[in-house]
Design a protein around this ligand. Structure first.
Ligand code: GDP
Ligand code: MN
Length: 396
């Protein structure tokens, strides 16, 4: 689950990670109040107004602006809230901004040498260990750094048995070229950051930039935090951070009925049981020249009700021109699934695209008969390839 920058910073701060302080605001008036309150806490009258959307690159899209007084806070917050923010990480339509973070200006006016670093914490799937990835080249696109100056990106792998050790935090501070107080501050920052990562059950932290001020404070200016959905049951307060306005409406609906659904751009709807088979099905569709419209794992119970829910979700997408059902009947019997498909089809009454059904496993032969005798715009296939070819045939 992704959360907003201000929520990610709240989590970091609760573990002792120093952050750029801020207050979230829903409209221009609240923004001014937030700025006044912040000035009392921080002493600075300059603020940054930061659009809160689930996408990076906000600065480039005009979603991060500096305000030098309260009038500018009001004007800029008013402009940013309600705008459709287009960044390198959003679609061309952009994302609607519902709220802004009013944050203290930490690049002190006149600070000649603030340093920006990059730091992320994530799982290295190759070694099965968490790692801290960091670079002296912060504040810019890390992908560009990786491409043009890969030697400026460092990794520190963490042994899960002992956790992050102080000498590793010192190595990071050293590689970032720090000394004196900034060195000490950085080791504290890194230790706290890693503790926050593990204790919050996060799957990704990306802090870009981590800032060193001229008076040697180290702080998180940005925070992209992804929480592990499977661990949310033990973090009720984090679960409440979900902002469904940021998520695809179909995906939200799918989660509510317990289906595992991911929206994609193609025109072939997929209904599959099992994530592995779903991936293989998507590959096959591509190989046959099509494009999957979604990933959908209906799980173990493919009865009429579930099949209907799945069809409903798939058909919400008007790009869908055909549906491929690929179910392996291991625990669930194929004839029950076939009956479920026929019942759902009749029950819904508004299915306007052909459906290709491949059922393999227990009672597959009976299932094929049910499909073939249904008299509906539903076609059966036995082999994987046959199903994919049939999809291409109905599309062309
Ligand atoms: P992103 O563009 O979505 O990654 O958002 P960031 O939170 O990283 O902010 C983008 C950029 O805004 C940063 O790289 C900074 O250059 C700038 N910025 C952020 N906070 C401040 C601040 O307090 N003062 C000033 N002057 N610039 C800031
Ligand atoms: Mn950033």
């Amino acid at each position: 689950m992704n959360i907003h920058e201000y929520q990610g910073k709240e989590i970091l701060s609760s573990f002792g990670v120093r952050i750029q302080r801020g207050i979230v605001a829903q409209d221009a008036k609240e923004a001014v109040e937030a700025a006044k309150k912040l000035t009392e806490q921080t002493g600075t009258g300059w603020h940054v107004i930061k659009a809160q959307v689930h996408a990076g690159g906000r600065g480039k899209g005009g979603g991060v602006k500096l305000a030098k007084n309260l009038q500018e806070v009001e004007d800029l917050a008013g402009q940013i809230i309600g705008m459709n923010l287009v960044t390198p990480q959003t679609s061309a339509e952009g994302k609607k901004v519902h709220q802004v973070l009013i944050a203290e200006d930490v690049y002190y006016p006149g600070d000649s040498e603030p340093e920006e670093y990059y730091m992320s914490v994530l799982l290295n799937r190759g070694t099965g260990r968490n790692m801290i990835m960091y670079s002296t080249e912060g504040g810019v696109d890390i992908e560009t750094v990786a491409e043009e100056t890969p030697h400026l990106i460092f990794n520190e792998e963490i042994d899960p048995a002992v956790g992050l050790l102080p000498f590793q935090a010192r190595r990071i501070a050293f590689n970032l070229g720090l000394s004196g107080n900034a060195f000490k501050e950085m080791t504290k920052f890194v230790m706290a950051l890693y503790e926050a990562f593990t204790k919050s059950d996060s799957s990704l932290f990306e802090i870009n930039p981590v800032l060193k001020t001229s008076d040697d404070k180290i702080l998180a200016v940005d925070a992209k935090v992804t929480l592990d959905d499977n661990a949310l049951f033990r973090h009720k307060d984090y679960a409440e951070m979900r902002d469904v306005r940021e998520e695809s409406p179909v995906e939200v609906e799918a989660r509510e009925v317990g289906l595992n659904y991911v929206d994609l751009d193609g025109n072939v709807g997929c209904m599959v049981n099992g994530a592995g088979l779903a991936m293989a099905t998507m590959d096959l569709i591509k190989q046959a020249g099509g494009e999957p419209a979604n990933f959908l794992d209906v799980g173990g119970t493919a009865d009429a009700k579930r099949v209907e829910e799945a069809f409903r979700l798939i058909l919400k997408d008007d790009k869908v021109k055909a549906i491929l059902v690929n179910i392996f009947g291991g625990i669930v019997r194929c004839d029950r699934v076939a009956q479920g498909i026929v019942d759902a089809y009749k029950n819904m009454g508004n299915i306007h695209v052909p459906i290709i059904v491949r059922l393999q496993g227990t009672n597959a032969d009976i299932a094929k008969e049910i499909i073939d005798n249904s008299g509906l715009d539903v076609y059966s296939a036995v082999e994987f390839q046959e199903a994919a070819d049939k999809v291409q045939e109905v599309l062309s």
